[in-house]
Design a protein around this ligand. Structure first.
Ligand code: CA
Length: 139
């Protein structure tokens, strides 16, 4: 795990950088699609949110949430992603919903940088947002 400083602009710049965002989402999707069937199942998607901890900022819950409540929450998230109710989440659905969530996170963060704890995960989208920001500073 690592602590990063992140604000709304960092996240928004990342989402608006279309090529970079698309590539990052595709990498994350591939990493999450454990059985390589081209779609995400409930458990595969759940892993995404467990590793991102995005849920804590976006949905305003903390890690002390009871397991049964968490399951309900993950189910409702899955239903949001699964636009056509096919029981699986495809690349398109994943990408468009991630975009919405990240923009909502950006709005929530505003211009006040906060410290966020991210798990060590190369496919973490928030980490990628931070990396993009860092690479700009170097340039
Ligand atoms: Ca799968």
């Amino acid at each position: 795990m690592g602590v990063v400083i992140i604000d709304g602009t960092t996240v928004r710049d990342f989402v608006n950088n279309e090529a970079h965002f698309k590539k990052s989402v595709e990498e994350q999707f591939a990493a999450l699609d454990v059985n390589n069937d081209g779609v995400l199942s409930r458990s595969e998607l759940r892993k995404a949110f467990e590793s991102m901890r995005l849920i804590e900022t976006h949905f305003g819950i903390d890690v002390a949430t009871p397991p049964e409540q968490l399951s309900q929450l993950y189910n409702s998230i899955f239903d949001k992603f699964d636009c056509d109710s096919s029981g699986t989440v495809d690349r398109e659905e994943f990408s468009s919903e991630m975009k919405k969530i990240l923009l909502a996170v950006a709005d929530g963060l505003g211009s006040f940088p906060i410290q966020m704890v991210l798990e060590d995960d190369a496919q973490n989208l928030l980490q990628k947002a931070v990396d993009l920001e860092a690479s700009k500073m170097k340039a």
